[in-house]
Design a protein around this ligand. Structure first.
Ligand code: 5GP
Ligand code: MN
Length: 314
């Protein structure tokens, strides 16, 4: 197994990137690696390229230096938390295709091994948990600890999803010792909701319907809903988690419309149903209990297609 120092060493220009619509794990991972590389390899130039992300992550070191589109050639492109080529930050794709080396660090069971080299730990809660294991602990300062802790908090839903293991908790404990402040990170970046985010959550909950005798709960937010609230796709995070805790349900389904008739689907399983496998059938992927895909068409057509397929699982 290669350690992070081995992966980074020898590269003059390094690009770190993640997946489209970056979440806490993705942003935390990218900024942690940037801070780590900058300290361990001061002669290297390390850029982070990501799509816009939640302003609640702005307190992390290096968030202000994230670039929208990289320029020039890179010796190494490091892709974090992205499971397939079509999930890579779009503006980073040319740099990925022309890079001297490409390396992917991830925790998705559906990783397609799209990079030249890949390190996947499918049983890890998050890419940030994987990174902790690849980093030299004596190089993890308080800034890096905050980034990694934030990523673990977001991908475990604050240590409550089934991906939270003993190792996750031990690493989180170490990160607190190294300087991460749990209350601040958990409240300010995970639970805090804007007024508009709460209104969208309310709308989705009022609309939710049960199918298959209550085994499946499904709701949606349209582009029109988002436009009316002046909201974007980052404002619907957390809705699927609230749908998932509906008592008696085995699968939660949430659709949101990115552009007219272009739907992004979030799937969550409460028991043994493998939603990653179902998502993969629709060109998506993810984890066994948390996965997603994209669908084109009317809301009715997309929802019916999904529900018919999911009905076979319950
Ligand atoms: P979410 O529902 O939070 O957007 O995504 C849940 C999980 O499924 C995440 O780990 C995410 O990476 C994965 N996922 C979501 N959408 C897609 C997709 O379109 N393709 C793939 N391969 N994975 C996805
Ligand atoms: Mn992740």
């Amino acid at each position: 197994m290669k350690r992070l120092d081995d992966i980074l060493s020898g590269a003059g220009r390094i690009l770190v990137t993640g997946h489209v619509r970056p979440d806490g794990d993705c942003v935390g991972a990218c900024l942690a690696v940037r801070a780590y590389a900058a300290a361990a390899f001061p002669e290297a130039q390390v850029d982070v390229c990501l799509e816009p992300f939640s302003p609640t992550f702005d307190f992390l070191k290096g968030s202000g230096d994230v670039i929208a589109a990289p320029e020039g050639a890179y010796d190494l492109v490091l892709v974090l938390d992205a499971s397939s080529f079509d999930r890579i930050t779009e503006s980073a794709v040319p740099a990925f295709q022309t890079a001297g080396r490409t390396f992917c660090i991830d925790h998705h069971v559906t990783n397609t091994m799209f990079a030249q080299e890949t390190h996947v730990e499918a049983e890890a809660s998050s890419t940030c948990e994987v990174l902790f294991g690849l980093m030299r602990e004596d190089r993890i300062d308080a800034e890096i600890a905050r980034c990694l802790y934030l990523g673990i908090v977001h991908d475990t839903g604050v240590f409550k999803h089934s991906n939270t293991g003993e190792r996750t908790m031990r690493i989180a404990g170490r990160l607190i010792s190294l300087g991460a402040v749990p209350a601040r990170i958990i409240d300010d970046t995970f639970y805090a909701k804007t007024f508009v985010q709460n209104r969208l959550l309310g709308r989705a909950l009022v609309r939710a319907q049960l199918f298959c005798d209550g085994a499946i709960v499904c709701s949606w937010i349209s582009k029109e809903d988002l436009d009316r609230e002046g909201a974007g796709s980052q404002d619907i995070e957390g809705i699927i988690d609230q749908l998932r805790v509906t008592q008696g349900t085995r699968i939660a389904v949430f659709l949101y419309e990115l552009a007219l008739n272009e739907w992004k689907v979030s799937l969550r399983a409460n028991d043994t149903v493998d939603v990653a496998a179902v998502a993969a059938e629709f060109g998506g992927g993810g984890h066994v209990k948390a996965a997603g895909c994209s669908l084109s068409g009317s809301l009715n057509d997309c929802a019916n297609t999904l529900l018919e397929r999911l009905a076979q699982e319950v």
